[in-house]
Write a protein that binds this ligand. Structure first.
Ligand code: ATP
Ligand code: MG
Length: 651
């Protein structure tokens, strides 16, 4: 396998955006020089660098060994003891942060609540006491199946406080998905709600829990929050209302210190590639990584209003709605509902009303907003924003530019943050006051992270050539294992490239050392021996003014091995037709070369996506090949989108 899978890279994106002098001046890391100094210190002695980051937390007992690395299993801060909940709450109560807003919450119907650090602490203590009374102990697993309400964060922090591990299951998942995750983690307790609001309707969460638990006999107690007020059935002896469990519980809770390597949570990845994996994170290393990255990447300041739109059901919601910002004593905006409810400008209206300063969302949302046009954001005062971020997929340069101009008013840096459920926190990202951005590139690994682009043997790929994205050294936030499946952990992440953590993604490095994530290696299309990145072809399509979104997959082709099928949704107002097909094929050939010219273009009104908004190319490959889909589809957002694509269409 000599020098095998390099990915042919074709896209050239030359634009660069520097942070303004004013932004840089106020930033935690405000110059290329300061960035370089940080990188150098970290490269010289990475473990010591991370120890210094860890010392920014409150430890009840110092660690005796910073890193214990027995390939591929890492332990960080061995012997140290801390409490994640204390770090997010109690330690802010001694000073001026005590009465600062920790959570500003807005429900989809428009109801709002604000919890100061003192109030949030109180709620967490009460609930920790309630959970204890129900029998939850350190070492247990507790499933959390909640809408985006403050109690979701309260539950996570209370479970963590007790030294139990939470397994948050996204509330949009079906009862089967919930059942599988409860069984896999052997969770004995479930925290849920009667329902939650989404797109103007109630999502009946308790009913889904009841269905799931019919096949989970080991579950002992279910705590049910009253959120929507609709009738639910309560099983005698098993189910208890949150308000009843909390009634009379003391608002004080003395938190025990837990081992740095005590499990903090299990989180199942979104499953865009198959069977969900229970990614296990532990306490000290994860919190160190989440807190450090949140402070530097989002340049958090005392008066920021930080809005990460992710649901707590995803890792982004764990690290940048709950643990990262709260460990930094920041003010978090939390929103329950859908982005387009009641109207397409809900987000912009909320940013204006809450004076949000830092906004972090997904490319899929941005592309949906692009499709609706600039009229909606333009009607709102977005001048409070000072920094924007993206996560979840590569962002197409055209969508980046729209975000920069239309939402950021041309003045806000954008941090394109590459990371994974497995990495615990951000790995590759600009530091907004120091790193010039290039649209479509996540720029450089953060100081302390040793990422590289290599071939199958682990040799560095040539500059400009595509290869495999790996991490060469352990880092504190890394997953410790796949729950209950250490061999799968080794096989999945540490067997493909010698000595390295393999991310599953392809990337290339440009002449400035910037990383361009090319999408998943599994999605690479092999056309007549050229391995093409889906991301590049998709970006070429999205660069066409009529295209809103594109997903590109390979289909079997006798001659070339694989041909290229592009699934395309058009901007509102644009009509499909044979001339558009020719235009789009031509646009790709022009932007990146004739080799990448799609053989087929199929128009769609929507693409199949995971619940976290990622395009499921695995399913589109089956559609393009005309075969039935096998494997897990429980994470699919909208089955009808897939069904419509399967219907015969003219090409
Ligand atoms: P599964 O592993 O179960 O298939 P998933 O990989 O979609 O699910 P996540 O851990 O949420 O689940 O997503 C991480 C992946 O998302 C990365 O490996 C990468 O492919 C993509 N990604 C995230 N952020 C970025 C980014 N800024 N640029 C490019 N790709 C990104
Ligand atoms: Mg993944």
């Amino acid at each position: 396998m000599a020098n095998e899978p390099t990915i042919t890279t074709l896209l050239k994106e030359g634009r660069t955006f520097k942070p303004s002098a004013a932004f840089a001046k106020a930033a935690h890391v405000g110059s290329a020089k300061a960035w370089e100094a940080l990188r150098k210190a970290a490269a010289k002695d990475p473990v010591r660098f991370w120890e210094a980051r860890a010392r920014e937390l409150r430890w009840e007992k110092p660690w005796s060994k910073a890193l214990d690395w027995k390939f591929p299993f890492a332990k960080w801060f061995v012997g140290g003891k801390l409490n994640a909940s204390v770090n997010c709450l109690d330690r802010h109560l001694d000073g001026p942060r005590a009465n600062k807003a920790a959570l500003i919450w807005e429900g989809e119907p428009g109801d709002t609540r604000t919890l100061t650090y003192r109030q949030l602490h109180r709620e967490v203590c009460v609930f920790a006491n309630a959970l204890t009374a129900l029998g939850v102990k350190a070492g247990d697993r507790v499933a959390v199946y909640m809408p985006m309400v403050p109690e979701a964060a309260v539950a996570m922090l209370a479970i963590a406080r007790l030294g139990a591990a939470h397994s948050v299951v996204f509330a949009g998942f079906s009862s089967e998905a919930l059942r599988d995750r409860i069984l896999d983690a052997d969770a004995r307790f479930v925290v849920t709600a009667d329902g939650g609001w989404r797109k103007g309707a109630v999502v009946p969460l308790k009913a889904a829990v009841d269905e799931a638990l019919a096949q989970c006999p080991a579950v002992q107690k279910v705590v049910v929050l009253r959120r929507t007020g609709q009738g639910v059935s309560m099983k005698e002896g098993r189910d208890v209302w949150w308000h009843d469990a909390a009634a009379g519980m003391p608002a004080r809770h003395r938190a025990a210190a837990h081992d740095a390597e005590n499990p903090l949570f299990i989180l199942y990845t979104s499953g865009s590639t198959g069977k969900p994996k229970g990614v296990l994170h532990t306490t000290g290393g994860y919190l160190t990584h989440a807190a450090y990255t949140c402070r530097l990447v989002f340049d958090l300041k005392e008066d920021d209003v930080f809005w990460c739109t992710a649901d707590v059901g995803w890792v982004t919601g764990h690290s940048y709605v709950v643990y990262g910002p709260l460990a930094n004593g920041a003010t978090v905006l939390m929103y329950e509902g859908a982005p387009m409810t009641p109207g397409p400008d809900r987000f912009w209206e909320m940013i204006a009303r809450h004076r949000v300063t830092v906004f972090y969302t997904a490319p899929t949302a941005i592309r949906a907003f692009v499709r609706l046009g600039a009229g909606h954001p333009d009607r709102h005062d977005l001048s409070s924003l000072r920094l924007l971020g993206t996560v979840g997929e590569p962002i197409n340069p055209e969508a980046w530019l729209w975000y920069h101009k239309t939402i950021g008013g041309g003045r806000c840096p954008i941090v394109d943050t590459w990371w994974q459920t497995e990495t615990g926190g951000i790995m590759i990202s600009p530091l907004p006051g120091a790193t010039p951005a290039k649209p479509g590139s996540a720029t450089k690994p953060l100081p302390g992270i040793e990422a590289a682009v290599v071939d199958r043997q682990g040799r560095p790929a040539a500059k400009g050539a595509g290869g495999l994205l790996v991490v060469r050294r352990p880092w504190p936030g890394m997953l410790r294992t796949i729950y209950g499946a250490p061999e799968r952990y080794r096989e999945q992440y540490f067997s493909q490239v010698p000595g390295c953590y393999f991310t599953g993604d392809g990337a290339r490095l440009d002449a400035d050392g910037y990383f361009w994530v090319l999408g998943r290696v599994d999605d690479v299309i092999n056309v007549a021996g050229h391995r093409l990145s889906t991301m590049e072809i998709e970006s070429a399509l999205v660069g066409h003014p009529k295209v809103a979104e594109a997903a590109v997959v390979g289909h079997p082709d006798d001659l070339k091995g694989q041909g290229i099928t592009a699934f395309v949704t058009l901007q509102s107002g644009a009509a499909a037709g044979p001339d558009v097909v020719d235009e789009l094929k031509g646009a790709v050939a022009k932007a990146i070369g004739a080799i990448a010219r799609p053989d087929r273009i199929r128009f769609a009104d929507a693409l199949p996506k995971t619940r976290s908004g990622k395009i499921m190319r695995r399913l589109l490959r089956d559609v393009a090949a005309g075969v039935e889909s096998k494997g897990d589809t429980t994470t699919l957002e909208d089955f009808s989108a897939l069904a419509r694509l399967r219907a015969p269409q003219e090409e």
